[in-house]
Design a protein around this ligand. Structure first.
Ligand SMILES: Cc1cc2nc3c(=O)[nH]c(=O)nc-3n(C[C@H](O)[C@H](O)[C@H](O)COP(=O)(O)OP(=O)(O)OC[C@H]3O[C@@H](n4cnc5c(N)ncnc54)[C@H](O)[C@@H]3O)c2cc1C
Length: 501
């Protein structure tokens, strides 16, 4: 008997019916209920109480229904504009649970979302009416200081990776907001303060344990399932549920030189044009991102550069000097700081916890015309904060061959994100419209976009954004997920679901 079917042998099959009447089996495993769920093709699938009871019994984790305690928190993602209600949340405790749940969703062809940190801007960590596989119970980081590696459970957050690695004087690249999920960030790429030095987070993946659409737990590494290993490093959650990542770590002292330096906003053009040149000739140990922000409530516009210099301390002064003399800074907060502390310094300003509308694209350098477009068109409003943010790439990221992993945008110097943020509860319409209009002024200066930031993008455009790696990704997708079970992501369709051209 095929493993994926074993769970359900002898059970009533779920029927596909438009208007079913159901009994329900609640999350406390005592009350009998049933539910309707949405299928992968948008139809309705009824899941009888006995089927849910069997699933519940077979796993260690919890089943959460719409009235279960914990459902609200589990269904939500960081982007407050996304308000979706899965029919069922399954909180998995490990690979065995994930395998059983994948067997279940595959058997009934249920719409399936997978959530790690829930930070994805498009809300790919949840879904309406389908099954949400919540990885939050699968957390933990084991560091092997001798081998300089870390094994990281698939539901972990970046803070744990940074903290546990740094306890041994080690690191790998991770993102700039510490409550982001390791899962989503790594599978889509992974930029951060150390990417110019050590490559993307995904470039540091030595191997993964992954449950694929057939419900089997596989190892993907340079030795095993090498096609899958290639694809998970940039191809997002398209190929299965990663329950464990192995990362290469690198030595880093506890302290780096980092923090923000603020400039008068009326000198924004001069400072951003300087930043464009400064970035071109920077050692890999230096990382700088730049933000322009027009806050709400009539507060003054802000312009700042956030740096992390992780090289030899006696060279820091020279590297940082141009930042201090381009124009007279208003405030200079760059200092010796614990790397882990610096990694948490943007946590409270992460716009994903508010109403927000963000757009992003990669740039190859920053031209004066782009600077003019950004500065001329940035507008605040009583309730809206408006911003543009350059995250620096280059260095070690650019030195990896485009075809070496699935992540194709090695050419980028920066990831430019623009957007509007507003307090939760304010009418989003005018602010989203403003962000779209602002984006239209700058989009022409960008070239491709970061898969992890894809938001409101047509599926075909998102797919073509995998560039020259697209065809190989389709092959791997077709092999490991022929029915496109894993589709709540920046989706790569298997061959069977492609329109004939
Ligand atoms: C303000 C802001 C700042 C950001 N900063 C950075 C940054 O510094 N660096 C950077 O690289 N990116 C950054 N991002 C983007 C970030 O990488 C994405 O939001 C990423 O998707 C978050 O991962 P998550 O696990 O928290 O998301 P989730 O919403 O949980 O998941 C995102 C996607 O990944 C899939 N997924 C997650 N975990 C797994 C797993 N274990 N197995 C299989 N599939 C999985 C999900 O199914 C979903 O499709 C930023 C975005 C914003 C808006």
């Amino acid at each position: 008997m095929k493993r994926r079917n074993f769970l359900y042998a002898g059970l009533c099959a779920a029927a596909i019916a438009p208007y079913p009447i159901w009994r329900h089996y609640r999350g406390d495993r005592n009350t009998l209920v049933s539910i309707n769920a949405v299928s992968n093709l948008g139809g309705e699938v009824s899941l009888d109480a006995s089927i849910l009871a069997e699933l519940s019994k077979s796993i260690d984790g919890n089943l959460l229904f719409s009235d279960s305690e914990g459902y609200e928190q589990a269904r939500q993602v960081r982007n407050r504009m996304v308000d979706k209600y899965p029919a069922l949340v399954v909180q998995c405790t490990g690979s065995a649970d994930v395998s059983k749940v994948i067997n279940f969703v595959d058997h009934y062809q249920l719409l399936t979302a997978v959530k790690c940190g829930g930070h994805n801007i498009a809300g790919n960590g949840t879904c309406d009416g389908g099954i949400l596989i919540d990885l939050s119970p699968i957390q933990g980081v084991q560091v092997n200081p001798k081998l300089r590696t870390a094994q990281v459970a698939g539901g972990s957050l970046l803070a744990a990776l940074d903290e546990q690695s740094q306890a041994h004087g080690l690191v790998t690249t991770s993102g700039t907001v510490s409550h982001t999920g390791v899962g989503g960030l790594t599978l889509g790429g992974g930029f951060g303060r150390l990417a110019r030095r050590f490559g993307l987070t995904s470039d540091n993946v030595l191997g993964v344990d992954i449950v694929t659409a057939d419900g089997r737990l596989k190892r993907a590494s340079a030795e095993e399932n090498t096609d899958l290993y290639w694809a998970v490093r940039g191809g997002g959650g398209n190929f299965g549920v990663v329950t464990s990542f192995d990362f290469q770590l690198h030595a880093l002292p506890q302290q780096v030189v980092g923090g923000e330096i603020y400039y008068p906003y009326d000198q924004a053009r001069e400072v951003i044009n300087f930043y464009a040149d400064y970035c071109q000739d920077m050692p890999d140990e230096m990382y700088a991102d730049l933000v322009i922000f027009a806050p709400p409530f009539g507060l003054p516009d802000a312009l700042y550069i956030n740096v992390c210099y992780s090289g030899p301390l006696d060279k820091a002064e020279k590297v940082l000097a141009p930042l201090r003399r381009v124009v007279k800074p208003i405030k200079d907060e760059i200092k010796l700081v614990d790397y882990v502390e610096l990694q948490k310094s943007s946590d409270d300003t992460d716009p994903r916890g508010t109403g927000q509308h963000l757009k992003s694209g990669f740039t190859k350098g920053i031209s004066p015309a782009l600077v003019d477009a950004l500065v001329d068109n940035l507008e605040s409003d009583l309730f809206r904060g408006s911003m543009a943010f350059f995250q620096q790439a280059g260095g070690a990221v650019s030195r990896v061959e485009t075809s070496a992993t699935a992540f194709p945008h090695r050419y980028a110097s920066h990831n430019l994100t623009i957007g509007a943020v507003w307090p939760h509860g304010v009418d989003p319409e005018p602010h989203s419209a403003w962000a779209d209009a602002y984006w239209n002024k700058v989009k022409g200066f960008t070239d491709g976009f970061y898969t992890n930031d894809a938001y409101g993008i047509d599926a075909a455009v998102a797919e073509s954004n995998y560039l020259t790696n697209h065809d190989r990704l389709v092959e791997v997708k077709t092999k490991y997920d022929p029915a496109n079970l894993f589709r709540v992501n920046t989706n790569i369709r298997p061959a069977s679901q492609k329109q004939p051209s």
